[in-house]
Structures are given as C-alpha cells and as structure tokens.
Design a protein around this ligand. Structure first.
Ligand code: ATP
Length: 429
C-alpha cells in the first residue's frame, strides 16, 4: 500500500528532475555548427573562435554544454581534448583567470616555473605544455568564456588578446567559445583583439510562440510512465495517466493561457518559466492528485505580479515618469521605432509648454533623467554605445510595455493630474 505523502514526494522528485536536467530542444543547426567547429579543433588541430550571442536564459549555456557532451560521446574526439570554463563574474582579472586555467588543465606543477615571464609567455607555456609531437596529436583545449563581455573590461584585454592570438596563429590547438547577452560585443573588443577574432557569431533568440511554450510547459509537467533509473517505482499507472491528462486539460484553460501569454510578453525567458514550475512542484502535497488550472493560475499570477520593472517604475520621480510617458508616446506615434534624447525631449516639451508653463525643466537636467532611465535599463541602446554620434542622438529602444507604464501611472501616489491625463491621452490625436 503506497502512502499518499510518498506519492507526493515521488511526483515532486520526478518534476524537479525534469526541470533540473533539461535536454536541448531544437537549435539543431546551431548545435551542428558549434559541434563541427569544436570537432575540427580536436581532430585536426584547427584553432578557432566563436561567440554565442543571445538574451538571458535563452539557452546559450545549455547549447554549448550539449555540444561538449556530443564531443564526449563521439568516438573520434573522446579524451583528445581538455575543457577550461571561465566566468566573467568569477574571473575578474586576467591573473585570476590564468590561475584557474592552470588548475583546470591540471598543470599546477608548472606554476612556479614561469612566474617571471609576461602574461603571454605564461599562457603560451601552459598551452604548449600539453603538446605532444605535431599539432594534430597535441591535446586540444576548448575555452568556454561565460559572460564574455566582462572579459572585455580586463586591463588591455590581455587574456582575450592572447587567446585569440594563439587561436589565429595556430600556436596551439585551441577553440575559444564566448557566451554573451550583448549583441554589440564585437564593438567592445579592442582593434588588435577584434582583428584576431574569427568573427564567427551565432545568435539565439527567445521563442515567443504560445503553442510551443504550452508544449514545453506540458513536457515539464508530464510524469514518465516508466522509471529508467534503479529506483523502486511508486507511482501507479492510473495515477500517472490521470496526472498527465489533467496537466493537458489545465493548460487549455483560458486564464492559464492568457497568463502564459502575459508571461511571454513580460519575460519570455524559459528560466523564469521553469522557476515558476519549480515552485509549483515544491508545493505539491499529499492532497495534490492532479494538476488543476487553479494551482497553475496561482503560481503564474504570483510571478507575474512580481514584475521588477513595475517595482522600478514605482520608485521613479515625477520628472522621470514624465520622460517615460514621453517615450511611450513617441513609440505610439512612430510604431515602436527607436528614439534619441532629442525626440523624447520634443514630446516632453510639447506637453510641458502646454501644461506647466514656466515650470519647464532645463535640458541638462532632463538629459540626466534620460541617463538614469538608461542606467535602470528601462531603455536600451541600439547597436551599443556609438562613439561616432553625439550622445543626444544615440538611438534607444523602449524596454517597457505600455500596460506597465499605464499601471505605474495609475498606482503612482501623488502624481499630478495633468501628468496622468497626458499618460492616457492619445498622442496621435
Ligand atoms: N532550446 C532549449 N531547450 C531546452 N531548454 C532550454 C532551451 N532554451 C532554454 N532552455 C532552458 O532555459 C534555462 C536557461 O538556459 P541557459 O542557462 O542555457 O541560458 P543562458 O542563455 O546561458 O542564460 P544566461 O545568459 O543567464 O547565462 C535552462 O535551464 C534550460 O532548461
């Protein structure tokens, strides 16, 4: 006789397991592309470099880790390479990175030998210490640089320069793979570093298709009929069937669908969605026999209500809110086209001259406000910060939904009435 709490714990475990050990879905061509680059380095000693660019939580790490697993399983490449993983938030300077490279390559005994040489000498010495015979028989090294853009802040970009230099001049068989969220990352590279980079770039995007998102949620909520590991099976077939059927049904619920849609608009990253489902899994108790739409609604609503941007908007000053409204109006008029400070200023002045008369704020102060909104990431530069334009003409995109602005305006305590009227007025009228 199976106890109800044991069933609940088994269900929790199954769901958490599938949430924690994801398998890559789709991205076949990107996977093949990265795998081929890595394989060429490992099998033929062809050094290379590439950067995977995509927004947070879109699957960059999962994609690269899957390619590394593929490499491990491939008979031709197994054990013929070493992997070094560095992270921009951990390896905040090049010496820290070099120390970790030495540790990860298990060549610690070399550390004392070359402490007097330059960084480049030391790095090359470490890489060449793994060589044996000709280039093809040397052990290849795959460098994974997560949060790649942070390595660009290192002094003189020495690590990047040396890694790309080794890769380009084929001094040792290495492949440098950078992972970053910044689409303008190439512009962050110094000229001499940029010229050594292969310019191989792979871009990933969020999948915002609602029916595909539903299928993903369903796959995470589905319990397996057979347990593959050695555990004793506790869940009866009828229970699993009822659970899986109820999950499908709950996902067809109208409110659940609209909540999923809203979440895709607010935060399309799969990471967030998985966090919500993880919470759902944690809350499964002995009374949970099926997936109900009500439970799903509860967890999704809780997450959607924790809208960070909404919280940020709540703390803005009236002037900052005015600039946000001016941006919203610009987007309404020009159909979401990017804007620069001068364009937003024009919208603001149109309103201020009609409603505030003598209180019109000076341009330098408004520019400071604009910069603060940029620092809060409520607006985002198009194509990175360009040095060729004056900063007032740098183009930005609006990172807020109109509904977020409207809600913030409605809930703002003490906002002047003319500002709230302006927020809800039709700018094209
Ligand atoms: N194509 C996909 N297939 C399966 N899972 C995915 C896919 N894309 C994203 N995910 C899920 O999203 C989560 C985040 O993925 P991952 O950590 O690889 O993103 P990332 O782009 O590296 O994020 P960050 O920029 O924050 O480092 C993973 O747990 C993974 O389960």
């Amino acid at each position: 006789m199976v106890h109800l709490s044991e069933t609940a714990s088994e269900v929790r475990q199954c769901l958490k397991k599938s949430l924690c050990w994801p398998r890559l879905r789709g991205l076949e061509s990107e996977r093949a592309q990265i795998f081929n680059v890595l394989k060429r380095t490992v099998c033929f000693g062809e050094s290379d470099s590439l950067i995977v660019v995509g927004p947070k939580g879109c699957g960059k790490s999962l994609l690269v880790n899957t390619c590394l697993e593929d490499l491990e399983l491939d008979e031709q490449t197994a054990e013929a390479y070493s992997t070094v993983k560095l992270h921009g938030l951990v390896h905040t300077d090049d010496n820290l990175a070099l120390k970790d490279i030495i540790q990860q390559l298990h060549v610690d005994e070399l550390e004392g030998d070359r402490v007097t040489g330059s960084f480049a000498d030391n790095l090359l010495f470490v890489l060449q210490s793994l060589e044996s015979g000709d280039r093809k028989s040397s052990k290849a090294i795959i460098f994974i640089l997560d949060e790649f853009e942070l390595f660009c802040d290192h002094r003189n970009q020495t690590l990047l320069y040396n890694l790309f230099d080794v890769a380009q001049s084929a001094q040792a068989p290495i492949c440098v793979v950078g992972l970053t969220c910044r689409g303008d990352v190439i512009e962050l590279l110094e000229k001499r570093v940029k010229s050594r980079f292969s310019h191989r770039q792979i871009s990933l995007f969020y999948n915002t298709d609602l029916s595909q998102r539903k299928a993903v949620v369903a796959s995470y909520l589905t319990l397996p009929y057979s347990v593959t590991d050695q555990q004793e099976r506790l869940l009866p077939y009828e229970f699993v069937k009822a659970w899986n059927d109820s999950a499908k049904e709950a996902l067809e619920d109208e409110t659940v669908t609209s909540l999923l849609k809203r979440l895709l608009q607010v935060d399309p990253s799969e990471k967030t969605m998985k966090n919500i489902l993880f919470r759902f899994a944690c809350e499964i108790d002995a009374d949970t026999r099926t997936v109900t739409a009500k439970r799903l609604k509860d967890v999704f609503k809780r997450q959607i209500n924790v809208d960070m941007k909404k919280d940020l908007l709540k703390d803005l000053s009236v002037l900052e809110i005015c600039m946000v409204i001016a941006m919203k109006h610009h987007c309404d008029i020009y159909d979401g086209e990017p804007f620069n400070f001068e364009m937003v200023l024009k919208q603001y002045l149109k309103f201020a001259s009609q409603n505030m008369g003598h209180q019109v704020t000076q341009k330098p102060i408004l520019y400071k406000v604009f910069e603060r909104l940029k620092d809060l990431e409520l607006i985002q530069p198009v194509g990175g910060a360009s040095k060729t334009y004056k900063k007032e003409f740098q183009l930005f995109t609006f990172n807020l939904l109109h509904s977020q602005v409207n809600e913030a305006v409605q809930s703002y305590v003490g906002l002047p009435t003319d500002v709230s009227h302006w927020a809800t007025s039709n700018p094209t009228a």
